[in-house]
Design a protein. Sequence first.
Length: 369
Amino acid sequence: MVGVSIRFAMDVFGMGLSRDLFGLGRQWPLELGIGVVLMGGVVMVGLMLVSLRLSHRAKVLYPSLLVAYFLVTVGLAMWLPAERLPPPMEAAHISALKTRLLVDGVGLFVAVILSYAWFLSFMGKEGKRYFHYRAEVALAGEIHRLLVPPVALTVDGTAFHGESHPSSEVGGDLVDVVSTHDGWLAYIADVSGHGVAPGVVMGMVKSAVRTRVSGPTNAQPLLDHLNGVIHPLKKSNMFVTFAYVAGRGDEVELATAGHPPILHYSAGDGGVSELKCPNLPLGVRRNESFATARTKWEPGDLLVLVTDGLLDMDDPAGHEFGIAGLKRVVEEHGSRPLDELSHEILRAVRSHGPSRDDQSLLLIRRGRR
């Protein structure tokens, strides 16, 4: 930042000298000094607007500042008119003018050289930092793709289809299916926030779930266990919404922790209902107990789990897609193959309006006997 400030100081100094040079060195010293200070203020305010990313306001404020600068300098020139050269010019006047113009030219040349020297130094350091950052983000994105691959498998006659589309290089959503000793566990999670930090927490969630499922039988409920693992390892303002379904024959166990409800499509009548077992998100309170529920499902029935990135977007009229929009798509296309249903859901969501959040879904269909 020091280098940038010096560079702009040199630019401002050079602008002041060039203005005096164009005026043939006839500005009063007071006028020259005030002009340099005013130009410096305009440049530094512009730099501040850019650094604060006030792009919309900058389009109005910065041109206004330039107009104000022009008016002030014109008024200054009228108030302090240039010193008139006496005709004919005497040798002393010519010598003084040559000296002043020489000082202006040398000062301008030095200011430009120093300005670009500091600029190149700054760009070199920032360039190295930028490419280092991009390499780190690319590596994190690759790790994310390995941790959240597309899901397309069948376990004990039950078909699963899942996919996750991050809003940036590294997402905070998680979709996973795990075989257990007595069935299967399918879950979807959404870590609050965006970027690398939520991606790290997402990796911890997946590791904790798989360790819990593959380890010795644990009497502690799944969500209680995950909450105890996540709470001390995250930032205080972060949390994880979570929804899972555990299949055991004709019955499934389910729970939602701060997550949108699970949709249940009935193959018998084509109706869609919401399955809820409300809990706080994971990581909010250290010693939290989480409730679970059980429900029956029939062969051909479908369960739909999504993150709020597929629900929280508005159309141009301000109408939210929401759980009602998802229900409509599932009612219309619920009998189609899982990959086709997934395509229809994503198509309906993206045609409804833009979303800046990660978008993930998990479809589960019980096989027919």
